[in-house]
Ligand binder design. Sequence first.
Ligand SMILES: *Cc1c(COP(=O)(O)O)cnc(C)c1O
Length: 350
Amino acid sequence: MRPATQAVHAGRPPHEPDQPFNTPITMASTYVAGGELEYGRYTNPTWTAFETALGALEGGRCLAFSSGLAAVATILDLVGNGEKVVAPRHSYTGTVMQLGDLELRERVTPVLVDITDLDAVVAACADASLVWLESPTNPAMEVADIPAITRAAHEAGAYVVVDNTFATPVLQRPLEHGVDLVLHSATKYISGHSDVLMGAIVTGSDELHAVLKGRRDLVGAIPGTFEAWLALRGLRTLPLRVEKAQANAQELVRRLGERADVLEVRYPGLGGMISIVLESGDRADVVQHATHLWVYATSLGGVESTLERRRRWKAEAATIPDGLLRLSVGIEDVEDLWEDLAQALDAPGS
Ligand SMILES: *Cc1c(COP(=O)(O)O)cnc(C)c1O
């Protein structure tokens, strides 16, 4: 089945009389013993439906987590004491903060790299035990050469993770390039409606799946049942939403490129995320407050368009320009999006 069909059909109950179309929300902390489920921290039929669907889209076996960062922590927890983790310097701030925290406690040795500098990344892989990729990066929009880095990492005996939150499996399936683990903040495009926090890891390896499931059982970083149900409901329309957001983004990128006051438009050609660089942080602040339709808010990947100046966060890398605005393009009419954005860029004081 092709992705658009998988998104709609994977993880459904069987086509039999009286079966519901959708796996119901199973509210259960425990199950009658003697079967496979046993206890609510180990498994839940609603999670399983979500995991089946996202696993089908990414081409591997999926485990759902309570948030994207819970999934990040679970993977970093597998790194041995003192071992080296290579990661993009412009990874999601929470990922960089977890690496910093682990370094401070002398748990792991992070090496932050410019992910677009292939030679430097390959050199850094040499004695690594984990190579972390995020592509495109949030919010720098840098793209990594996933197949080349994966080959170098595997030669060094390191595992490779790709945070696929921005591209989604609709645009990029890293497991097909030999990547070991794919991570999602399912909070973003996967759920798609700004009403759920959830994470997921997908792997093609039964062994890694078992290890990660063991960690999830042990630490309890599990999603709520209702969240899993909402995330699956969102996932059903993922290809449609990504297609529309991308079409809107491509048109906005074209129009933004014609404005002299937009110094830089960072867009990798695919997807619904755009970063633009304005002359100063002050100017970006004015613009983010001057929109009416675009919502000034953090997070991304919802049906509604949002924007924010990333350096308003203390944790954002100092190498991200002060005047960088990250735009998460939604599925509204592109003319309404453009009119609102253009008037904000023209606003007095901006
Ligand atoms: C938001 C985000 C995360 C963290 O996910 P949460 O669900 O907020 O915990 C990780 N990676 C990327 C790229 C993100 O955008």
